[in-house]
Design a protein around this ligand. Structure first.
Ligand code: SF4
Length: 644
């Protein structure tokens, strides 16, 4: 039966890389209705096709490249797509989202998502164009850096509108935090999905298309879209949006340092006295040359920079985000801005996650300081804090897995296990993913976010900006006046379980729709009503007009991703923080003395999520309520359900 919902391209692609076969299939209505797209549909596919037996870098692993109904559908900001798989870095759920132009182009080429499995006998890339898909020879592309390979693909098809997701030498060498670079300087950075592509001999996915994506009721959809976009112009958000336009995420360097949350010296503290040297004004004055935006985005937070001369000359290139600046800057006690921008860009070109790379370098620097690593281990490299020459060499060595780069390529958790002794004490990760740019000792709910995030210590599944930036109207509207005083305190754990559960649900829809987090996370303009407003006229899925249905869809996606991880051994014991962030009070800065009360917040979160307090496992009735009966049955047979 033909797929009846609109707003989707209506087809997905099955790619068997071992056999070199591509098969186009009708989108499945149940996927769209119950999981929307992107993260939700990927969770359903990966739940069914991968599990404890799947080795992440084997042909058995499955990689999904997905869009959602809002991708490229004139909603702002919606130039997004995502990848999902089982992570080689963490061994659990992996997903990574990226902006630019490829997501819309994939839909206009006729595909909502692509499911890849197997391993090609030789390097290939997948090319999508107006309903056709082919695997093309990538022998000449193998070994090339991402910008060179993407340019060669564009030239081969004589079409500058061809958009490309490509891995670099790091992904080919299966660096565990290998990333996927999209549109030259945007990255699906986290959880090592570039290594999964490399293990499959898949160099790139490229798309160009001219097929129309229809709306169920175009007039109503345009009207709904206009209403939602008009919200962005509310004076309440003027300052936040102006800051995003002026500085992009680099503005966060100053804001986050001011509250003592900026990871500094491998998270020893949250305050960096030289933050201004690597902050937004310094970037603007010295290196920023232009502003840009992803497809159809009314916010436009991206920028182009150039370091003209000196040892770290590079560019013009896409500007480093806050996270990359933190990772190679304050985290390594490095206030040489040119070197920070240089290393971020080298990571994009080599295809490595800047956060994991910079954080693992910071970890090795601390081991050097403690005498756990010596020049015998580093091949003569001096890993003193802020040694930019050594840091730049480490970036190249990691991509090649050369010398100490072999250790670095494992990420903090596995590198610490290999080194042994006290090394694991200094590995700042949760569930194997290096912590992103927030210190939970300065902001309670960040601790909970890091602990429960399905992909590890990262901010993008449930970070709350509500208490940090103080949006009283939003807090009161969403959670009630009586909770306002406690919620707005970043140092109070009270109600943070409720807030984080709510935001995790909301972001699950954002990641399934698939749109950018800006406009939802910061400033917090879009909420559940947004999906009720735009999804039915776009798709014709009437059930999405009901708040109950929308809320349940969000919960369903969260529970399915959690169930995926339970099957891989994740329990409350793993939903925690590294010792430094959990029990060493913040030593300096505005958050001095701070510690997260994780147990308190976890209890509240599990209660709100419908899970067992002791194990974190879901209750059977929760899963049944969310139409996840088969998932409940599977978990029950493995003893992974809450015991009532
Ligand atoms: S807000 Fe920034 S990252 Fe998001 S879509 Fe717009 S330009 Fe891209």
């Amino acid at each position: 039966m033909p797929f009846r919902y609109k707003g989707y391209a209506g087809h997905y692609l099955e790619v068997d890389l071992t056999k070199g076969k591509v098969n186009t299939r009708e989108m499945q209505e149940e996927w769209a209705r119950l999981y929307l797209g992107g993260s939700g549909v990927s969770a359903r596919i990966l739940w069914e096709r991968t599990g404890p037996q799947t080795e992440p870098l084997s042909p058995d692993n499955v990689l999904v490249a997905a869009t959602g109904p809002l991708t490229g559908a004139m909603f702002s900001p919606s130039g997004r797509m995502m990848f999902a798989s089982k992570s080689p870095l963490t061994g659990i759920w992996a997903e990574s989202h990226v902006g630019g132009f490829l997501g819309p182009e994939m839909k206009y080429a006729g595909f909502d998502l692509v499911i890849l499995h197997g391993r090609s006998p030789k390097p290939v890339y997948l090319f999508l164009n107006d309903g056709r898909a082919e695997l093309c020879d990538a022998t000449q592309l193998w070994g090339r850096e991402t910008n060179v390979a993407a340019t060669m693909i564009r030239e081969e098809h004589r079409d500058p509108s061809t958009e490309v997701a490509v891995i670099g030498p790091a992904g080919e060498n299966q660096v565990l935090f290998g990333s996927i670079t999209v549109d030259f300087y945007r990255a699906a950075g986290r959880t090592g999905l570039g290594a999964v592509m490399g293990s499959k001999n898949l160099k790139a996915i490229a798309a160009t298309g001219s097929l129309a994506v229809e709306a169920h009721d175009m007039d109503k959809y345009l009207q709904a879209n206009e209403q939602e976009m008009a919200k962005l112009s509310d004076p309440l958000w003027t300052e936040s949006i102006a800051s995003l336009r002026k500085y992009g995420t680099t503005g966060l360097v100053t804001m986050i340092n001011e509250i003592g949350r900026l990871p500094t010296k491998n998270h020893w503290t949250g305050y960096y006295e030289h933050a201004d040297d690597i902050g937004p004004e310094a970037i603007s004055k010295q290196y920023r040359i232009a502003q840009e935006a992803c497809y159809g985005c009314a916010i436009g937070c991206k920028y182009i920079f150039r370091v003209k001369d000196g040892p770290f000359a590079i560019g013009p290139a896409g500007g480093s985000e806050y996270e990359s600046i933190m990772a190679f800057g304050s985290n390594c006690l490095n206030n040489d801005l040119a070197s920070v921008l240089y290393m971020g860009t080298r990571c994009d070109l080599l295809g490595m996650d800047t956060i994991s790379c910079g954080k693992t370098i910071g970890f090795l620097m601390e081991l050097w300081e403690k005498g756990i690593l010596t020049s015998k281990d580093t091949g003569g490299l001096d890993l003193s804090w802020g040694n930019t020459e050594s840091m730049a060499k480490l970036v190249e060595m990691a991509a090649k897995r050369e010398g100490i780069g072999e250790l670095l390529a494992l990420g903090t958790r596995k590198a610490a296990e290999r080194i042994g002794g006290d090394a694991p004490m200094y590995a700042i990760h949760s569930k194997g993913l290096e912590a992103s740019g927030q210190d939970p000792r300065a902001h309670q709910s960040v601790g909970l976010t890091y602990a429960i995030n399905v992909r590890g210590a990262d901010h993008l599944r449930s970070l709350s900006s509500l208490e940090e930036l103080g949006y009283p109207e939003v807090i009161i509207k969403r959670f009630g006046k009586e909770k306002y005083e406690e919620i707005k305190k970043i140092t109070s754990p009270v109600y943070k379980g409720e807030v984080i559960k709510d935001i995790e649900d909301l972001y699950a829809l954002v990641d399934s729709a698939v749109i950018c987090k800006y406009g939802t996370m910061w400033p917090p303009v879009y909420y559940f009503e947004t999906f009720i407003n735009v999804i039915p006229p776009l798709t014709g899925m009437d059930e999405w007009s009901s708040m109950k249905f929308v809320r349940e869809a969000a919960e369903r996606i969260c529970h399915l991703r959690r169930a995926y991880n339970h099957r891989l051994g994740i329990t409350r014991k793993q939903e925690t923080l590294p010792k430094r962030l959990l029990s060493d009070p913040m030593p300096t800065g505005p958050a001095k003395g701070g510690l997260p009360d994780l147990d308190y917040m976890l209890d509240e979160y599990y209660t709100k999520r419908g899970c067992d307090l002791k194990t974190g496992f879901p209750k059977k009735e929760t899963l049944v309520r969310l139409k996840l009966d088969a998932v409940a049955g599977d978990l029950e047979s493995r003893g992974l359900l809450a015991s009532n």
